[in-house]
Design a binder for this molecule. Sequence first.
Ligand code: 6PG
Length: 258
Amino acid sequence: MTAPSQTRPSIYVYPDLEAMSRAAARALVDRVRSAVESDGRCALALSGGNTPRALYRLLAEEYVDRVPWNQVDLFWGDERYVPADDPRSNYRMVKDVLLDRLPIPTKNVYPMPTSHADPEDAARAYEALLAQRFAGRWPRFDLILLGLAGDGHIASLFPASPALQARDRRVIAVRASVDPAQRLTLTLPVINHAASVFFLVAGKGKAGAVHRVLVGPCDPVTCPALGVQPTAGDIVWWIDEGAATFLGPSVRTPSPPA
Ligand code: 6PG
């Protein structure tokens, strides 16, 4: 494995969630289009949680015609181990806000399975699906969307979790300290193999976590986001002023894209 890339992340700060989501949506569309242009398809891993809802809504309402959905394959970065129609399901959230309003073929949408009796079997099933989609090579997503929780977790990789040490797994079943406890998540090696990682973080409640990750002091066990170091990819932080409360001007990337 080559040394993690040391390229500095771009840290774009916006007045509010809407402006941040709009800029991130535009950048996502550009990344998807260039991936389709160069490879014929785009593999995109979506985040759960609430923050990305505004971006997903914009994709459905304003950018739907700019994305070649027939050439896009949608995956999830993590999933709560609940039925697909459970209000806590990340798949259900994306379905309600985005999928039901997109001309994307069902065959391009790959939710994490949550109906196996044993979540570990579900994790293995998703790994098999990734192996098929990436022809047995290590999965390389063109873009992975991540949120950041106030406790520092990303996807379903929680601080001090043994899951942070997974090196030969692509998807694992984890027990979280928050409801629902049972989850599935992509592992850090998969996240670090992505061509691009977007962090979407908004609200003053995240300001402490953002500061710990971007300014420190912190470490990859306490702040799993510090374990995100794409070996050949870039990281872009899309955050609003609330989440950037404790970030000085020197941390912020000048002239964020509109
Ligand atoms: C999940 C997400 C999780 C989320 C963060 C931030 O399943 O909950 O994958 O990692 O991104 O908890 O969530 P909010 O955007 O709701 O603050």
